[in-house]
Design a protein around this ligand. Sequence first.
Ligand code: NAD
Ligand code: APR
Length: 235
Amino acid sequence: MSKFRRIVILTGAGISAESGVDTFRDKDGIWSKVDYRDVATPQGFHRNPALVHEFYNERRRRMADVQPNAAHIALARLEREFAGDFLLVTQNIDDLHERAGSRKLVHMHGELAGAWCTNCGTRCEWHDDLSTRVPCLACHVAGFMRPDVVWFGEFPSRMDEIETSIGACDLFVSIGTSGNVYPAAGFVEEARNAGAHTVELNLEPSEGHNLFAEAEHGRATEIVPAFVERLLGKG
Ligand code: NAD
Ligand code: APR
């Protein structure tokens, strides 16, 4: 049985890397090929919505070819078997956590499988390509649909819920994130201030690695299942 009672897990692109999803800041990462200002800011969308739609359409289409890996599956198991409070916060817009079985999950940077209308504000599930010609399912006006992702300069989703859970947690684990993007990069300090034990599981030391009480570096598919096994007291 774990000695912890309230766990918050933060994941980033690294947890999906071995499923075949590109990361952002690794060598050959997305931001080495595309300027984030063109595809991941409100200003970029205003300048060239077709380019932004194509960037996310391409990523959405690729979701059909990727599967959850052992790290996603281990976190779903942790949620099922851990007796205390649990929250999984992901910066990822893929749906691999849900497909692995995670349910207590917050997509703080939004989801590829969602869209919203900037004309009437309606959000909906979205699995097809988006374009400037697609009409909103609610108000039926075309030209206002955008992917339900959070861009740089926008406010991440469900922050109140995330901050409340971090402020009350006794274990905070950061997995597969380079620690470059706030507010997620600041969660470790909030968890420390709340008195939580903090753990980093990443391929290499992240930007803020020295803020963690404990760190393990290696591939997510190896170190995350082993960590979960130990946490559940079975390893
Ligand atoms: P920021 O990093 O200060 O982020 C502002 C807000 O946007 C944060 O709340 C963040 O959580 C959110 N956000 C929106 N879209 C996001 C997304 N797709 N991924 C992650 N978080 C997202 O943004 P800023 O003020 O525009 O930039 C601050 C500095 O960071 C600038 O100097 C910029 O050049 C740099 N930056 C670098 C990269 C990179 O990959 N090299 C990317 C973005 C910003
Ligand atoms: N196992 C574990 N970690 C890995 C693996 C792996 N197989 N492969 C890569 N990593 C690590 C890298 O070492 C790196 O530290 O995952 C991290 C990925 O970092 P980023 O590419 O910066 O991704 P992330 O931290 O999720 O980015 C945050 O930036 O632009 C935004 O929207 C984007 O939500 C994203 C945010």
